[in-house]
Design a protein around this ligand. Sequence first.
Ligand SMILES: [Zn+2]
Length: 435
Amino acid sequence: MHRARVEKTKRDVFRHHIGPPHQFSGDLICWKCTAAFVAVRAHTNKGAPVQAQYRLAPKTEHDSDCPLNPTVVTNHIAHGSHGLAEADDRGILRLNLPENISAVPTTGPDDDVTGQDAVRHTVATVRPLLPPAVNSAAKIAQFLQMHDFDKDIVDRFKIRPHNGRAIPWGRFCYGPTTESYAELYERCRRAEVFTHPIAVFGTVRRVSHDRSGRPYIVLALNVPAGDGSFHVTIRSWHASLIEPLITGVHVLAVGAGWEIFPRGNVPQLRLWADEHWQLAHWTTTGDGQSTAPHCPPPLTAVQRARARAEARTRRAAGGPAGPPAPSASPTPTEAITPPPASETAVDPAPELPQPPPARTAPAADASSADTPMTDPHDQVSLAQPAAIIAPRPKQPPADGTPQPVPPLPAFPPPAPGEGGRRWALGQWLKRVRRR
Ligand SMILES: [Zn+2]
């Protein structure tokens, strides 16, 4: 854990206070109860670095009312889960995902006597609830967050997808470590078919806007993967789903439609959210307490109708399709025709509306997930050699008038040579650039 308290002075100490030498003296206790703590210096375990941390002293347990007590918290989560989560004698909590993860019972959660877990919409009288499965997952994520995703604590949680075997928490929920994000990225890259919803936990690093002014959030920037890196983003056709997710808010995004968007300077691992319940979110207060998980207000009938109309308009104009109606089939591939290379090159997080994958087709969009993650320019070159190699003026014209564009070189490039088509194309491009 990143935090502890000096018993005598009640001063809170953090990871960076751990030495050598320690920047505190005296006995340590849990920062939420009276349990004895010890400081563990940074070390390596089987070659893997382990950062400095505070841990329970041997043979010690948190107080029964401590929010960091795993047994108490797992029982509490199980109790509020509408029967979806079960805690066993060893303190392992298994969350069973129902076939329809978004189903909301007509009654509140079992422990909702105070309305603490209710998700309140500030202006409407409706009180949308997070579906129990998502609510329970969010509570688990909150608890793990308090424990800095300590492996021993994470190991206490399992997920059993509908009609599937129980899997470790880390195979259902990715983040917040870069290693974990990279694991999901690799799964998407392999075009793995997800047979159950996948969650991603993270904290909003940045809110950006696409070219249409539509907001989207970035949960992680420049996560290393292989020879390159990627961003983790959450997008939606509906601004109202994204607007509550301001910088610093913690988000658990749930969906089967995780995909890699390979264009732009840095590829994106992203999810298109269609429904409010996919975006559980909360904040933490100064003393480390989390607020109850919320979700954005549900879409209105007007929003859905407008979105369908916009999608029809886009299709009629030959542009990318919009969000499909709930029963819509996967959008045809022509909807994701690449934009002109010049646009791709200048916009690191381009607005290239792609349809969110229909929930009935949970596989990652193979057309993007399949894309080899080679150098983006190389990729663009192969796709549209004429556009990328068109000679450009070295200096902008002094008077701002557009320069005449020289005639394009012969197309197509040569047939495959001894090194294959890719090699031949590279040679051809070199020749063209020398002109
Ligand atoms: Zn405690």
